[in-house]
Design a protein around this ligand. Sequence first.
Ligand SMILES: C=C(O[C@@H]1C=C(C(=O)O)C=C[C@H]1O)C(=O)O
Ligand SMILES: NC(=O)CC[C@H](N)C(=O)O
Length: 870
Amino acid sequence: MPLLELQSSSVPAVNPVSRDRQCRRILFLDAYDSFTNNIVSLLKEALGDDVLVHVLHMDLKTLHADPSLDWTPEEFLDRLPSFDAVVCGPGPGSPLCEADVGAFRLLWELRDAVPVLGICLGFQSLVAHFGGGIRRLRRGLHGMVRPIEHQSGDIFAGVPEFKATLYHSLCADVGQDQVSQESWETDMWLPPKVAPELVPLAWTMEESEDGSEPERILMGVRHSRLPFWGVQYHPESVCTDPGAHGVLKNWFSQALKWNESTGRQIRPMDLENIADSLAPSMIVERSIAAESHLANRKWWRDMQSGLAATRAAPIYSCSRIKLPDGVDAADVAELLGVGGVDSIMLDSSSTISGDPLARSSIIALEVDRALRFEYHVGDDWVTLRQPGYGDQEDVCQRIEIDSSAEHGAYDVWNVIAEYWEQRKVAEEGGQEPAFKGGFMGFVTYEMGLSTLSPESVSKNRGHRRPDLCYAWITKSLVLDHQAGVAYVQALTAPDSNVQTWIDEVVAKLQSSRAWQQPGYGTEEYKLVAAKKQPNELLLKSIQEPAGRLRFKTPKPAKYDDDVRQCQEAIAEGQSYELCLTAQTTMTRPPGNDVPRHLQPSLTNGTINGASASWPSDEASRHGTPWQIYRTLRARQPAPFGSFIRLAGATILSSSPERFLAHDAKGLCSMRPMKGTVRKSEAVSTLAQAEKLLHIPKEEAENLMIVDLVRHDLYGVCGARSVTVPDLLKVEEYSSVFQMITVVNGQLPPHGPNGLDVLAAALPPGSMTGAPKKRSCEILRTIEPSERSIYSGVVGFLDARGHGDWSVTIRTMFRWDDEKAPPEGPGETQPREVWRIGAGGAVTILSTPEGETEEMFTKLCGPLGVFKDVA
Ligand SMILES: C=C(O[C@@H]1C=C(C(=O)O)C=C[C@H]1O)C(=O)O
Ligand SMILES: NC(=O)CC[C@H](N)C(=O)O
């Protein structure tokens, strides 16, 4: 991990700025929103980099995990004179609820007023305090872009007409509905009777669908006497016109003028506790941990010996060979023994249809000898496990961690980072493989949830499964489908003779049927894949227990109710969008999981996948995970598919969604996906799908996650480092069309790296909704079980520092230790349990029927494969 050099061990800072006491300082009170970093970045862009913006939560908790650093209300009041101005940010909940607005309220009552800008929730709090009412909008407006009407006065002076993104369910009621249409044009700008000290500065008129009068929504105010301003819209959204940025400049210059004219002196302060900051806190934590005397830290000393000290400073060796056209990654994987326990394959199976995202497939080799890093949420240690070979037992080493340590936390990410730092290899330039060796693995949804909202992951979960498992892969094969090149490669000790091994693998590949008769093994899977049942029939056919398989799918009525519950939470202002999901479980009697290409009796030393046909006798039939996977990838090719059997988990994924990719130079790219239409006769072309997806509901769904992902990236990359090169683009997949956006960020040199971005951005925003923390907490109360592997990520961080992680969706998974009681006639053994999660984003515009249908559409892909093959 590149360690940030901090000037003091107790400074919770990401980007400490100049300690010049003359620099301007803004205190940003964050109400646990997920757009905060976008605003901080915008403030710096609009006001200049020399303006320090310090973020503090509105409940006076700092970004640091150490609670002893939290501010008391007295400290808050005492430190305010050191700031030129305060911003009260947006957030979930209501301005009338003390827990939602915290210290905002203290500001309105100060004897020596401090200039404040309230944004959204902050604006509502200002209005409510000075006499305005707060009510629900007729219908919440989230991710909706609207024209903002203003008179070019006050903080809107010189600002052109603009459109801005709205994220709110509640609104200010200053009696606007009582004003007659005739007097509205003049009265709208006058201080309202109920809040005579407030001057309206901006409005938007929301047209109603039923032909009634437009809804008058207050968008900007100022206090007539005190230095308080507020805007209801979100200035920082990617869809707010840049012309609106002038409002922030105007506000800050008015704030400074107020200070000057009232003689409000900005007290120099001991900057020990104040620094420029961008959430999230983890980076802060780790930079502190790293900086303060590593050698005295137990975890760090633990890392210098035993398993943690193995395989340091590796040498990279590789043979690059031509990849014949049409070679199928799964055929190659079989040739190399993939398919049983200890397998990892990241599979761009949609290369077959020319998908530009499906660039490389990566096959890990000798996974059974790879060192693993395993972590279960809540533990204060990370297990390093070297799997035993032959009869040998696994060798394990525990590295103690402590994520709440007083002098800087250190967590599983530190351990991973430390190991990786010692094993980096250089980039050579020119044409390189996507992966050169390094970490591959998975992270669960609960892993991300535990840092975002620790109380949402219960202490006793009834299992000890890893929430993170990273294997250090030293031998691998990369197929670059687009360049037509394959890389056989290894990371080894300098003196090892790995070239012989590489040559053997090359020879094996080049003489194989997979190479010489490209795609030979895919035919039978294509046949099974082609026998796809329509979703309705499939769902009907699994209702009655027949045969060996048992299915438990979500009840449509219950899912409808869950959607309504989400919508009620949104209407209350608790969330802007909630990605609701449900799980389907499938059980079957246990059977032989060794794929036929790994069964000596079947293969006879030769690889001939096509020889063993599908067992037709129902009782003896048992599709291995590999067979199921091969059918899944044939039926539903995807750019980010994967087959993983690691640490007790079996993951068969056909994910279309990239979560995060980054290179060694710190260019990060995220690809949130939101907006789904099912392919059908009526919607079969991209143009038809575009028509259906480029509508306000779908665009808003996507935009909300885009703004959220921008926040996640800004938090690690720093202010002014995030761009959106592709906004709201519709793409075609095998059974659905999806709308995606590309969000890029550039990490600063010598600062945090891709691992920090991953750690800080989990769980994926497209699977949570916004604001992330509150949305996850709401979903936790609606969804009865853990999401586990589903909604987590799968991917790699290689020895150069390149990473690529997909969102684990359109996936079925199983844990070896999860069992169900025997059910069928004559059964005695506990059953295997498989799971598929599926869901979609619920917004105020969703319909329960629409969401339920979307969930079943996503479910049916993997479900049908299981039904047909398992
Ligand atoms: C929740 C799922 O998918 C997520 C939700 C999407 C949506 O709401 O349109 C699209 C892609 C994923 O981010 C799923 O596949 O189960
Ligand atoms: N973005 C916000 O700050 C939203 C404020 C409030 N929770 C609402 O929904 O109206």
